[in-house]
Design a protein around this ligand. Structure first.
Ligand code: HEC
Ligand code: HEC
Length: 147
């Protein structure tokens, strides 16, 4: 399945441009080896923008989805980026597929003349939380009923 280019662009645009030290230290022979949904030829910059964007959308850091292999005595976090051991990473893959399916199968049918709201991204639902608000009762302020 190919990722929707526009979705990727939006996620890239929404995200900051701050690079993690651990990430910029990577070399060319550290190309991703376990991308199952994102395009395998994604650039390092775009991949990092997507990852940073997901982290911000859920209000988490990389270790929420990626296995931390830091040993006692090691100064910096070490991650096994390719590992699928954390269920959160596997959930995130399903979420990406779901988001793409909603955009491609449903929202694409509702053309609103270039309105950015015609696409959804992680933050549309998550709004900085791992668990989205699922009831109007849990909104920070009670909504005014529509007239
Ligand atoms: C919400 C979960 C989540 C968060 C948070 C997250 N990632 Fe990921 N990451 C994933 C998923 C899922 C994949 C695999 C995507 C795929 O299969 O197409 C991935 C893949 C990667 C890969 C490629 C690994 C390989 O060799 O295949 C790197 C590198 C990576 N992430 C770095 C980061 C960094 C750096 C951060 C923090 C800024 C981060 N991730 C935060 C879920 C996450
Ligand atoms: C259409 C709304 C929606 C979108 C879009 C969405 N999510 Fe979710 N997400 C949910 C819901 C609902 C849950 C379930 C929360 C629960 O049951 O605890 C969830 C749960 C998750 C979880 C598991 C949280 C936990 O507590 O284990 C992860 C990780 C996640 N989403 C990542 C993502 C990522 C990454 C994206 C974008 C690629 C995304 N989601 C897009 C609605 C959404």
């Amino acid at each position: 399945m190919r990722i929707n280019k526009k979705l990727l662009l939006i996620t890239a645009l929404c995200s900051g441009m701050v690079f993690l030290q651990s990430f910029t230290q990577k070399h060319d022979d550290d190309r991703p080896v376990n991308l199952q949904v994102l395009p395998k030829d994604i650039s390092e910059k775009d991949l990092h923008n997507v990852m940073r964007n997901w982290s911000m959308a859920l209000g988490v850091r990389c270790g929420y989805c990626h296995v931390n292999t830091q040993q006692p005595g090691q100064e910096h976090h070490q991650f096994d980026w390719a590992s699928d051991m954390k269920k959160e990473k596997q959930t995130a893959r399903e979420m990406l597929k779901m988001t793409m399916a909603i955009n491609e199968a449903h929202l694409a049918k509702i053309k609103t003349m270039g309105d950015p709201l015609e696409q959804i991204v992680c933050v549309t639902c998550h709004m900085g939380r791992t668990t989205p608000i699922i009831s109007v009762d849990s909104l920070p302020r009670a909504p005014k009923p529509a007239k």
